[in-house]
Ligand binder design. Structure first.
Ligand code: AMP
Length: 293
């Protein structure tokens, strides 16, 4: 596996590979890799000849009171996992290399970026879209693969690529969960003891909404109340649970395409999750991770 830190080297490597006729795919991450990230690599390998993964904890997408400084990092372990999974090129730029000066021009997601996660984390999606735009310009992939776990992010990236004519397909891969339902996240490492159990409230709330809908309830407010009841478990501070469409608008009528999005704090850790009602949590990917279950 090639490892590059310089943006110019990244672009040169990518152009050389494309010049040889290779189809390129790209998996952007903030590292501390888990099986959710690695499934994106599997998908990226299926659709291209060369897979680039980036690891960059992007300061622009963290609020002043968020966990940028303490975000989990382990490059040696990430390097090994990426190599084993068949990543061809690992791009690990420094903050200075990505932002030699504070960027004046940034990508705004508009109203779609101001709701839900954007309302809870002002400026978050501006940071995400700006760094994804920069990374797509440096890597120039044919396809970039994102996880549905971060549903609003995936929708915004897809919209950015369409609205700003990025010559790149945006693939969205299913959420990967622990066997007990907890969606994998680098931040799960913060969950100790009771918090790990309490964190199941998110996937339980999604499942409760799904089951109630399958039982015939179609009123979004009734479904939302059902979800919030389950979410309000001991040790959990609910932030939102909403039934939305792919543009993140609240739905007036619930159908199989409706997405239930949820956010809550467990201890000091903010967690998010979602389900597409018609697909259901059962159709997500479940894995047994080391030391769990
Ligand atoms: P992150 O390192 O958290 O920025 O995530 C990098 C990419 O991995 C994003 O596209 C995420 O949506 C995706 N991802 C994170 N967790 C999961 C998961 N449990 N299942 C699927 N994709 C995930």
């Amino acid at each position: 596996m090639q490892e590059l830190a310089s943006p110019n080297d990244m672009r040169a490597w990518s152009r050389t590979e494309r010049g040889r006729g290779r189809r390129m795919s790209f998996v952007p991450t903030m590292g501390f890799l888990h099986e959710g990230h690695l499934r994106l690599v599997d998908r990226a390998r299926e659709v291209a000849d060369r897979v680039v993964m980036s690891i960059f904890v992007n300061p622009l997408q963290f609020g002043p009171r968020e966990d940028f400084g303490s975000y989990p990092r382990d490059l040696a372990r990430d390097r090994q996992l990426a190599t084993e999974r068949g990543v061809d090129c690992l791009f690990v730029p420094s903050g200075e290399a990505m932002y030699p000066t504070d960027p004046v021009v940034r990508v705004l997601g508009g109203p779609m970026a101001d709701t839900l996660e954007g309302a809870a984390r002002p400026g978050h999606f501006t940071g995400v879209l700006t760094v994804v735009a920069k990374l797509l310009h440096l890597v120039e992939p044919d396809v970039a693969v994102f996880g549905r776990k971060d549903f609003q992010q995936a929708m915004l990236v897809r919209r950015m690529a369409a609205d700003l004519d990025f010559p790149c397909d945006i693939e969205i891969a299913p959420t990967v969960r622990e066997l007990d339902g907890l969606a994998l996240s680098s931040r799960n490492v913060y969950l100790k003891g009771d918090d790990r159990r309490a964190a199941l409230a998110l996937s339980r709330a999604l499942r409760a909404v799904e089951q109630t809908w399958r039982g015939g309830e179609a009123d979004p407010r009734a479904l939302e109340r059902r979800g919030l009841d389950v979410l309000a478990a001991p040790g959990v501070t609910p932030e939102y649970l909403a039934l939305v469409d792919a543009q993140l608008h609240p739905v007036a009528r619930v159908d199989a395409k409706t997405i239930v999005v949820v956010a809550a704090k467990v201890g000091g850790t903010r967690l998010i999750d979602n389900v597409i009602l018609g697909e259901g949590i059962a159709n997500d990917v479940s894995v047994r991770t080391a030391g769990k279950d």
